[in-house]
Ligand binder design. Sequence first.
Ligand code: IMP
Length: 200
Amino acid sequence: MKLRLIKGMRLVAATHNPGKAREIAALLDGNYEIVTAGELNLPEPDETETTFVGNAMLKARHATLLSGEVCLADDSGLSIAALDGAPGIFSARWAGPSKDFALAMQKVEERIEETGSKDRSAWFTSALAVAWPDGTCVVVEGRVDGQVVWPPRGERGFGYDPIFQPDGHDLTFGEMDPAAKDAMSHRALAFDRLKAVLID
Ligand code: IMP
């Protein structure tokens, strides 16, 4: 049987962040009723896996186990070649409890300089997992390649956007029109793949 997400059905977004849930709803073209794990009072699991795919699956499965509903989870971050893929799955954690991304970007730059490497290539990854109560799980990944620039440029976007310049473009994600970023981002690519697999 081909797995499908039927338009109009309820999907639990395995997040406690209402902003992320709104973004998920929009990336699914408003075709699903999205309720968050936070709204259902589901506890968040520890992200103990070592890959984006592993953590997305862990979060989706955990929410499904507790809710008995179809759940969607994402895991994303910035990987830097000169830092052997760091911060990677620790991207959010590099910003600390106060979510200070100016600090996290500074840390990225200092670590690259410490290596002495001239390689500034980097990539954003987004893994998306959908889990069903019968244990089935589908996972996809999107990736966008680029360069780390310094100093940070642009006030738009969030997280590491001001230091990431995608290949083939002169602007950082922080400088770009959000619609331009959304058209090429790791997250958009992952959602396109998910839709191609699960939605008619
Ligand atoms: P998650 O919410 O655990 O997946 O953490 C993802 C972290 O990766 C975020 O807190 C951001 O720091 C970073 N990140 C992921 N996607 C983007 C993006 O599109 N722009 C900037 N930073 C991002």
